[in-house]
Design a protein around this ligand. Structure first.
Ligand code: DOR
Ligand code: ZN
Length: 445
């Protein structure tokens, strides 16, 4: 694979007929290399450009940033690779993603983090930032060398044992103090494992009726509460992964009212789907934390709208059919998310008029870039800013088909669902990474 090239200064790209944040009259955008050079109605369309993109009235957003994906490399390249995951990201409108440390081997050393980073650079479709694990081998016992990982090529800036919770309160306290000293972000997968042994579904009426072992809300909320207090008392920056309950939202609301520096994410699936889906016993609906109830999805939507929950993150978790098309309690937890998230969020918030595209830009680009301190992403759409851009066609009907996704796996919980929003094009530093449903193929260059 050759190193991918990006447009250099003096290489001009013209994007015509786009509406920044979906507002006002369409404008034309001129890119000089990887930077927005002009943005108005007067850009001279008759000149020659290296590249022209007809925006066809698309909504223009800053490139999306996903704080939580699993690209499965190293170790499970049969289910996803950095290349296929980057293609899925580009098709979903993402220009940067953070890939979790529960790889095989675990990303608990600089050499592994740096290898992920370099493979992402070589693919050149999306900035792939490796997350370092908090503890060695995700065992929850011994802290990894955060400092060394921050100083490698990957400049790791987020640490998480995601997939597992750092349960031991003393280990977590040490992690919080260590992370505070280095000013890196800790992302907690909140799950009191003693309360979820053998659990496969939300503890409630549906699980009881279906004979599935329940995963109670308190298993998540007790850790969210504990870690809010840890952050209050020991400082640093903490992030709560995939909040799934109304109670977690309440705890976060309280934390923010007290000035605790904590942020949180919610996934599209926890905003849209509930455990009513489990009636079919289809393993595709097994996810960790589990799909909850209507009262939870309603509270999570409200929390995202009012800023209590900061961002949408997909928790894109590819699994092969041998791990999904099996008995429900044998299925591995996890769902695909990169290629469907924007459509799902638009369907929940924008189409019914609950929020506008500025809100989408905030929760899917600006806040995630701010929380993870990415200087070149989530920036305003303005002259002089980096050309990390997503064009959204908000009037394009399509039906989700797992076999057609760029991801190597097919475990989408949205199979057969119809959406009216699609990513028309994604640009990373001025380079088109996906267009009209087709991603660049870095292996063919
Ligand atoms: O459903 C999940 N799948 N939740 C996690 O926390 C981990 C993830 C995975 O790695 O498959
Ligand atoms: Zn995850």
């Amino acid at each position: 694979m050759t190193e991918n090239t990006f447009p250099t200064p003096g290489t001009f790209t013209l994007i015509t007929d786009v509406r920044p944040y979906g507002e006002g009259e369409p404008v034309n955008v001129l890119l000089d290399g990887g930077v927005i050079a002009e943005m108005d109605h007067t850009v001279d369309k008759s000149r020659t450009y290296h590249q022209r993109i007809d925006g066809r009235g698309a909504v223009l957003l800053p490139g999306l940033v996903d704080m939580h994906v699993h690209l499965r490399e190293p170790g499970r390249e049969d289910t996803e690779t950095i290349v296929t995951g980057s293609q899925a990201a580009a098709l979903g409108g993402f220009t940067a993603v953070f890939t979790m440390a529960n790889t095989q081997p675990v990303t608990d050393q600089p050499v592994i983090a740096d290898s992920v980073w370099h493979k992402g650079r070589a693919a050149g479709l999306c900035d792939v930032h490796p997350v370092g694990s908090i503890t060695k081998g995700l065992k929850g016992e011994t802290l990894t060398e955060f400092g060394m990982m921050t100083r490698g090529d990957a400049q790791v800036r987020m640490f998480s044992d995601d997939g597992r919770c750092v349960n031991d309160p003393l280990v977590m306290r040490r992690a919080v103090e260590y992370a505070a000293g280095l000013d890196v972000l800790l992302a907690q997968h909140a799950e009191e494992h003693r309360l979820t042994e053998g659990a496969v579904a939300h503890e409630g009426e549906n699980a009881a009726r279906l004979g599935l072992r329940g995963w109670p809300r308190v298993a998540e909320e007790s850790i969210v509460a504990r870690d809010i207090l840890m952050t209050r008392d020991y400082g640093g920056r903490m992030h709560i992964c995939h909040a799934s309950t109304a109670g977690s939202a309440e705890l976060l609301r309280w934390a923010k009212s007290q000035g605790v520096k904590i942020s949180a994410e919610v996934t599209p699936h926890h905003l849209l789907l509930t455990d009513a889906k489990l009636d079919t016993y289809d393993g595709v609906y097994r996810v960790n934390p589990p799909l909850r109830e209507d009262s939870d999805t309603a509270a999570l939507r409200q929390a995202l709208l009012d800023g209590t929950i900061d961002v949408v993150a997909t928790d894109h978790a590819p699994h092969g059919s041998e791990d999904k098309c099996v008995e429900f309690d044998q299925a591995k937890p996890g769902m695909l998310g990169l290629e469907t998230s924007l459509a799902v969020i638009a369907e929940i918030f924008v189409k019914p008029g609950l929020a506008d595209w500025r809100f989408v830009a905030k929760v899917m680009s600006e806040r995630p870039a701010e929380i993870t301190r990415l200087a070149d992403h989530g920036r305003p759409l303005a002259v002089g800013e980096p050309a990390n851009l997503t064009l959204v066609d908000d009037d394009h009907t399509w039906t989700v088909d797992g076999t057609q996704l760029a991801s190597k796996s097919e475990n989408t919980p949205y199979e057969g669902m119809t959406y009216s929003t699609r990513v028309a094009a994604t640009l990373l530093r001025g380079r088109v990474t996906a267009r009209d449903g087709v991603a660049e193929n870095p292996l063919s260059e």
